[in-house]
Design a binder for this molecule. Structure first.
Ligand code: LLP
Length: 404
């Protein structure tokens, strides 16, 4: 939909996160439809954007949820995702989290190590129930993405190797308290090449076949998330080819395909709107200081990630490169470097694009900056889905330590 950024800035102030719900629904449908002809479950990766209204939008479409903390599980449930569509993943879960997840009767707990499998078994035994689990297998393929968001190599902390996975499945099958229903892999994020995913899917499907031969009957084939999006000029994986590669890897097996997209569903449907405070020059270097900062959107600082930044109302004037920076006391506090802009003035509005994933969820209160307001738009109407934090919100949990 067409978003009137100026109007939103006047109404809700800046910095402001804006989400286009129509776009989110369209993306969900595109992916879900690509799996047509196979049993499939799209589990939205809540970590990408965990606002209740965003999760609820996907819940309305029939989505499940991929969660990495019990907090995310509770968010998903509160937002209307059905328990039997929720997966609980992550490299380290506390006993309390495991217990709560089992009591909430979610679809499965995704286990990432032998130690964790034993913990899940012990907790299930205490509750006298059988825990549905999947095992995250590390297929040791190079996803060809940024090293910080690459996860499918043995050098990364995630999952277990194929031999260990086999041992764990046999252990789980023989346990009274474990029901190994799924298998899982996730090789990285912002993937723009299909081959590594297809290769991983083949490797894991072969593992499913060899497990079947020893009577371990897997039902859910979870291919993780990771589908890349356009930030700049990336050439993307075709969604239908992605689905086809997975379908073809599991040919002959009776499996439900599960996928866990986060960025694919939300990134390009989100914007961070910010206002220019002023410009300055240090020698020849031009800076545009804006009211959003790394505490609002950390991706440029943390990953040197590129986000397109545009002027909301085009201006006349010669273009020259400027670093768009926030007010935080860190040299790494920038949203864009060498962005071509005409001369800007206080009050000009800039929109940072592709900010719908890992934007607000990675925001912090660094420098005692309240987190931004979030609004969602659909059918020409925009509503607040998280109000701007206040100074009182920021200090609410703090107590003065006074002696005597
Ligand atoms: N499933 C698992 C097991 C994951 O670890 C992740 C992301 C996803 C699904 C969703 O991945 P997606 O479809 O969104 O690529 N903060 C980083 C991204 C970290 C991704 C962590 N895991 C960023 O801003 O690029």
């Amino acid at each position: 939909m067409n978003i009137d950024f100026k109007k939103l800035a006047d109404e809700f102030g800046t910095p402001l996160y804006i989400y286009d719900l129509e776009f989110l629904r369209k993306r969900y449908k595109e992916l879900k439809n690509a799996f047509e002809g196979s049993k499939s479950l799209v589990c939205y990766a809540v970590k990408a954007n965990s606002n209740l209204s965003i999760i609820n939008t996907f819940a309305q479409e029939g989505s499940g949820a991929d969660c990495v903390s019990i907090g995310e599980v509770k968010r998903a449930l509160l937002a209307g995702i059905k328990p039997y569509k929720i997966i609980f993943s992550g490299v380290g879960k506390s006993d309390e989290e495991i217990k709560e997840a089992l009591e909430l009767k979610i679809l499965m707990i995704n286990v990432e190590s032998e130690e964790e499998l034993k913990r899940v078994e012990a907790v299930a035994k205490e509750l006298a129930i059988e825990a549905r689990i999947s095992i995250r297998v590390n297929p040791n393929v190079d996803p060809k993405t940024h090293p910080y968001i690459s996860t499918g190599l043995h050098e990364n902390k995630f999952g277990v190797d194929i031999d260990m996975a086999k041992r764990l499945y046999i252990y789980a099958k023989n346990s009274e308290y474990l029901d190994p229903v799924g298998i899982h892999f996730h090789i990285g994020s912002q993937l723009t090449r299909l081959e590594p995913i297809a290769e991983a899917a083949q490797i894991i499907a072969d593992l499913v076949r060899s497990l079947k031969a020893i009577n371990v009957d897997i039902k859910f084939f979870d291919v993780g998330g990771g589908l890349g999006v356009v930030y700049d000029d990336e050439v993307l994986i075709n969604t239908q080819e992605y689905a086809n590669a997975i379908k073809s890897a599991i040919k002959g097996l009776d499996l439900t395909i599960v996928c866990e997209p986060g960025r694919f569903l939300t990134a390009n449907g989100g914007y961070l709107l910010t206002k220019v405070l002023y410009e300055k020059k240090n020698g020849n270097k031009r800076f545009t200081i804006v009211d959003a900062a790394m505490n609002d959107l950390v991706r440029p600082s943390l990953y040197k990630a590129y986000h397109k930044i545009e002027l909301v109302q085009p201006k006349e004037g010669e273009l020259s490169p400027t670093d768009i920076v926030g007010p935080i006391c860190e040299s790494g506090d920038f949203l864009g470097k060498n962005v071509l802009m005409p001369k800007l003035e206080s009050g000009d509005l800039l929109v940072v694009k592709s900010a719908g994933a890992y934007g607000f969820t990675m925001a912090s209160n660094y420098n005692t900056r309240p987190r931004a307001c979030e609004v969602a738009c659909e059918n020409g109407e925009c509503r607040v889905i998280r109000k701007r934090e206040t100074f009182d919100d920021l200090i609410a949990a703090e107590r003065l330590y006074l002696k005597g």
